[in-house]
Design a protein around this ligand. Structure first.
Ligand code: CA2
Length: 156
């Protein structure tokens, strides 16, 4: 059983960088909160960091909760770890928490903004309970720091 679990976590599998609703708007609206870089810029930076770390990486974004659940379910077999910015679903979604818990993969939760300096409803994250760690408020650098943390967690 332990060997099977270790196999599922093989570092040869890419890590999944998963983005939730409205993050496709990065760089196009609210630059004061979310900066001027687009999601394509974030993906490019993540791919470069992954190469540096010797990690494979897959990048996905969806505005749909069920699609995010499907991607997390698939990650259980397909990926070695997850970096997730679940957007507003962070604060509402038991479904994402359940999917992440079931995936049993090292997971780092990322927020571009410091959710604790914002409205009270953003202070609660449902998905943090399934995360090894949380990075918030460091802008898009948070994704790169999360990849660095995952590289250690998956043994690269
Ligand atoms: O700070 C973060 O990364 C958030 O996860 C972003 C979510 C927000 O609901 C969370 O509380 C914190 C919102 C993502 C929306 O992204 C946009 C980007 C540019 C323009 C408009 C929305």
């Amino acid at each position: 059983m332990a060997a099977k679990a270790a196999g599922r976590r093989s570092a040869k599998k890419p890590v999944l960088v998963l983005n939730g609703p409205n993050l496709n708007m990065l760089g196009k609206r609210q630059p004061d909160v979310y900066g001027r870089e687009t999601l394509a810029d974030v993906e490019k930076a993540c791919r470069a960091e992954a190469v540096r770390l010797g990690l494979g990486v897959e990048f996905a974004q969806s505005n749909h909760e069920g699609v995010l659940v499907d991607l997390i379910q698939a990650a259980r077999e397909r990926n070695s770890g997850i970096v997730i910015n679940a957007g507003a679903y962070t604060h509402t979604s038991v479904a994402l928490l359940d999917a992440l818990t079931t995936a049993e993969l090292p997971t780092i939760e990322v927020h571009i903004s410091n959710i604790y300096r914002r409205e009270a409803f953003r202070h609660r994250s449902y998905i943090s309970a399934a995360a090894v760690g949380v990075i918030a408020g460091l802008g898009n650098q948070g994704y790169l720091l999360a990849l660095q943390a995952l590289a250690r967690l998956v043994g690269r």
